[in-house]
Design a protein around this ligand. Structure first.
Ligand code: FAD
Length: 315
């Protein structure tokens, strides 16, 4: 394990630590530091960010931050934030034809509640899907750690019976993902392929970055050859180039797949991809619960950690 793997593992460990979280949240972290990755706390901040992206031909998928809820009232509040967000997107003319869609974490909607958690999260997701359908847009179910993969794919199957446009996420670090891609490469299926952002054991996940990348390419080949709608979620120039070559090889039109990146990461590349006529969707997280999200971004890239620490030091 080299130094960057050590840093990554430590930051992913810290992303789960309540004590560190409280310390960092209370530190005088200027909003301008967090703001590079999270445009704000309020619905209006997320809608304004989507409108700005729209002005440069970029699409949006918006995530109300929060995860691992074991409190029913918090899960209900998360659902209500999504319903408000979808109303606001429609009101700002940003939702039609899937232009501004939403990304959901089932754990934020109650999946971990004792007893009926799975059912409660599914019901909340169903209400959000109904509202998204009314607003003319779509929903993607984010993928969390590997203990939830089966439950999330099961919820996907159930939701798709009524809302066939609900999208899934597959993580290339998981050893199972090629098989999941095969299952999901059918007509009407929207699949976001990413590397994966959680700390996972070797028994289920590739640990080395080149193994994760190679599996990404294997998964991409299946999705691009299939009949579904691949969503290539990566900032990795090599993988983006391979995705383009595979799309050309399979004679895919520019509107039969899309690229996705995170808000605040490689914005110039996002614009370049949109300007050359490809679909580019940006994942916008918003809300007060930015800690876990920010720690995962820092774990991915030492430069992100330096940006954050420099911001802290200058306050
Ligand atoms: P990395 O290995 O992080 O980076 C590869 C290369 O990309 C770098 O070497 C560099 O050349 C370039 N690069 C990366 N960051 C920068 C930067 N800041 N500036 C310049 N160049 C850079 N994960 C989940 O587990 N579940 C999800 O549901 C999920 N949804 C996602 C949705 C979207 C739209 C995106 C983009 C990611 C999502 N992720 C999700 C996170 C994902 O799994 C990765 O953790 C994250 O995208 C980093 O992986 P990467 O492919 O960008 O490659």
């Amino acid at each position: 394990m080299d130094a960057s793997d050590l840093l990554r593992n430590s930051l992913l460990q810290l992303s789960k630590s309540g004590t560190v979280r409280q310390t960092i949240e209370k530190a005088p972290v200027s909003r301008s530091v967090v703001k590079r990755f999270v445009p704000g706390d309020a619905t209006a901040d997320a809608v304004a960010a989507a409108a700005q992206l729209r002005a440069t031909n970029r699409l949006a998928t918006i995530d109300y931050l929060g995860e691992d809820t074991t409190d029913l009232s918090q899960a209900i509040s998360t659902r209500d934030h999504y319903l408000e967000l979808l109303r606001a997107l429609a009101g700002a003319d940003l939702s039609q034809h899937g232009m501004g869609e939403v990304s959901l974490k089932l754990s934020a909607l109650g999946q971990y509640l004792p007893g009926d958690g799975h059912k409660i999260a599914l019901e909340h997701a169903r209400e959000i899907c109904q509202a998204a359908g009314n607003a003319g847009t779509t929903v993607t179910l984010d993928m969390e750690d590997h203990t939830t993969t089966d439950a999330t794919l099961e919820s996907l199957r159930e939701l798709r019976q009524d809302f066939p446009w609900v999208g899934a996420v597959i993580q290339s670090y998981l050893r199972r993902s090629e098989a999941d891609c095969r299952d999901l490469a059918h007509e009407g299926s929207r699949v976001r392929l990413c590397k994966g952002a959680y700390k996972e054991p070797e028994s289920v996940a590739y640990q080395g970055s080149s193994d994760v990348d190679q599996n990404y390419v294997r998964c991409l080949k299946i999705l691009m050859a299939g009949d579904g709608y691949p969503m290539v979620a990566s900032h990795d120039p090599r993988l983006i180039e391979i995705a383009g070559a595979l799309a050309a090889h399979h004679h895919r039109d520019a509107d039969s797949y899309e690229y996705q990146m995170l808000y605040g990461i490689r914005p110039e590349e996002q614009k370049r991809i949109a300007d050359r006529g490809n679909q580019m969707r940006v994942y916008i997280p918003y809300g007060e619960e930015w800690y876990g999200y920010l720690m995962r971004r820092m774990a991915e890239r030492p430069a992100n950690t330096m940006f954050f620490l420099r911001g802290l030091a200058s306050k």
